[in-house]
Design a binder for this molecule. Structure first.
Ligand code: ZN
Length: 354
């Protein structure tokens, strides 16, 4: 089994009480299973069986495997066809994050898929931003939005999205915080997306493309050289090349490491096989994240349980949480409050071992 829920919880301080930031979470992929089932029932949409049981997706790291993943993601996305559904997803993602100790959520949205249901790209983005604002007030979770383009679409579409991201970032400073690039790493030429990322970076947005998940060090190098990332979505395959990893550390590029996702997509056999220890020992800044909990059946907290399962003690887990907060673009007072909370967590006495 590769699900986070299969990981032993071990002993130590309560990880849900450890303040942390969640920096790699996709919009539809964040959906609660019950919400998917509710929305599908309302719409009389029949879901594939794989989305109605509670087991994690498990595929091979091949085109075929990615296709299976994408088909399930598309089936889930089909229910997100209204403003109400979009708002519900954001609210619930933040509520679930709050329950797991996340005080900062950076949610990744490619508005292209939702735009046809709500009258275009701009309304789709505006709904997301408006709900992020309301949800932040209601839950206390600080929320930033990352607008993401897809590798499967034309690079000109990415530029359009980058311009929209910039326009909204200028209108409400601090809400749209980054620009991403997602989907199958084997699709498209990374260099073709450089102009879109330049538009975003020049306006002060973070560059947060996926890279180094399905493909190895050469691809990571290409993403680093072409898109000047502040953080890499995944980036775990950099562990295979010590020199590359050293460069990533030197440049201060953060890694959004998602162990359960890597296991589900067959990049590593088990979540505990993800070379987290190698990355940490090299000095990499890491933000553990859930990616698509709906499909991988494993939420943010499970990723910290995985780190504990490979032998990380509470000091190291606190260090990981602090890294995630430092890598976020949370406002200064939020960052200071969360970092203070991490120190406080570590000062509380650990429960006695069984
Ligand atoms: Zn992702």
């Amino acid at each position: 089994m590769s699900t986070g829920s299969a990981v032993s919880t071990g002993t130590g301080r309560d990880l849900a009480a450890l303040p942390k930031a969640h920096l790699h979470l996709h919009f539809t992929g964040s959906m609660r299973p019950q919400t998917l089932w509710d929305l599908a029932a309302e719409r009389r949409i029949r879901l594939p069986r794989s989305l109605t049981d509670d087991t994690a997706l498990q595929v091979e790291p091949t085109h075929r495997g990615w296709f299976r993943f994408q088909r399930q993601y598309d089936a889930a996305r089909a229910v997100v066809d209204s403003e109400g559904a979009m708002r519900r997803l954001i609210r619930e993602a933040a509520e679930d994050d709050a329950a797991e100790g996340s005080g900062r959520l950076e949610l990744q949205v490619d508005p292209t898929s939702y735009a046809p249901h709500v009258g275009g790209l701009t309304p789709a983005i505006e709904i997301v931003l408006d709900e992020a604002r309301l949800t932040e007030d209601a839950t206390g979770v600080s929320i930033g939005i990352i607008i993401a383009a897809s590798r499967t679409r034309h690079p000109l579409d990415a530029r359009t999205l980058a311009r929209l991201a910039v326009r909204h970032a200028e209108r409400e400073p601090g809400r749209v915080v980054g620009f991403g690039l997602s989907n199958d790493e084997r699709r498209g030429d990374t260099r073709d997306f450089a102009p879109a990322f330049r538009i975003a970076r020049e306006a002060g947005l973070l560059s947060v493309p996926h890279g180094g998940e399905l493909l190895g060090p050469d691809h990571v190098r290409e993403v680093v050289d072409s898109l000047a990332p502040d953080r890499l979505g995944h980036g775990v395959r950099a562990a295979q090349d010590p020199r590359l990893l050293e460069q990533i550390v030197e440049r201060g590029i953060g890694l959004e490491v998602c162990p359960a996702s890597n296991a589900s997509l067959g990049v590593f056999r088990e979540a505990t096989d993800v070379p987290l220890r190698t990355l940490v020992d090299a000095g990499a800044l890491i933000a553990l994240s859930a990616d698509d909990p709906l499909l991988f059946n494993s939420r943010l907290l499970d990723q910290y349980e995985t780190a504990r399962a490979i032998g990380m003690d509470d000091g190291e887990l606190a260090h990981l949480a602090a890294s995630s907060i430092r890598l976020s673009s949370a406002p200064e007072q939020v960052r200071a409050r969360l970092l203070g909370g991490v120190e406080e967590w570590l000062r509380t006495p650990a429960p006695p071992a069984d």
